[in-house]
Ligand binder design. Sequence first.
Ligand code: IPE
Ligand code: IPE
Ligand code: MG
Length: 247
Amino acid sequence: MSFLFGKKNNQKPDPEHLPAHIGIIMDGNGRWAQKRGLPRTAGHAAGVKTFKNISLYAQEIGIRQITFYAFSTENWKRPKQEIDRIMQLLDQYIEEGLAEYAERKARIRFVGDLAPIPPKMAEKIRRLEALTKDYTGWTLNIALNYGGRAEIVNAAQKIAREAVEGTLAPEEISENTIASRLYYDDMSECDLIIRPSGEYRLSNFLLWQSAYSEFWFDKILWPDFKPEDLDRAICDFQKRQRRFGAI
Ligand code: IPE
Ligand code: IPE
Ligand code: MG
């Protein structure tokens, strides 16, 4: 009856039917800070804490793969000072995460083009990835300088190169040819995409992977997002009937 009073339910997801891959668009940091009269960067600092908390909770409940949208190819349009602070916070997170994720046997991968990322930070990223690459039981993907369109362009370039080299004929190109040339060939589908902050758009997140994703939107701002909210999203997902075009 609690729904009658607008309370959130505290239902736990069914561990037998968890989404295999969840994507989260971490949105609303700026508005969270503005509401408190703080600079937007304070919202990003709070957002990184939530990111850590939710990623660890997802591992605890048995989600095998989760992708967090941290910085888009369009986010370079923001003021330099805000971008610098976001990079600094992520850098700090990687530094602290190095030992912790290895201890937790979590595989960390970055998704996106690292070319414009500060070289020292990119080096730490590669180190963290190398350190955790064999922990395939649980995968945390961090989308950094990521764009769904850029990912598909990148796959198209690989395919064109193979065609020019004569190792791939154009008529052989299938959906699988593209899926296997995305940034990681084992993250070609996303079951559930979560976006807080009250925006109802993908903002260039997982375009290929979201063809049959279920969506969960909520007004909550990312720094306020709690493990119970992840439970809510997953419970809702578990009530859906996915038809994939069939009846
Ligand atoms: C998401 O929060 C974080 C990044 C895009 C890096 P925003 O910074 O977009 O927060 P709002 O949408 O302005 O509230
Ligand atoms: C999407 O949020 C990108 C990330 C959360 C990293 P934005 O705040 O950049 O999206 P728009 O501009 O509202 O579409
Ligand atoms: Mg935003």
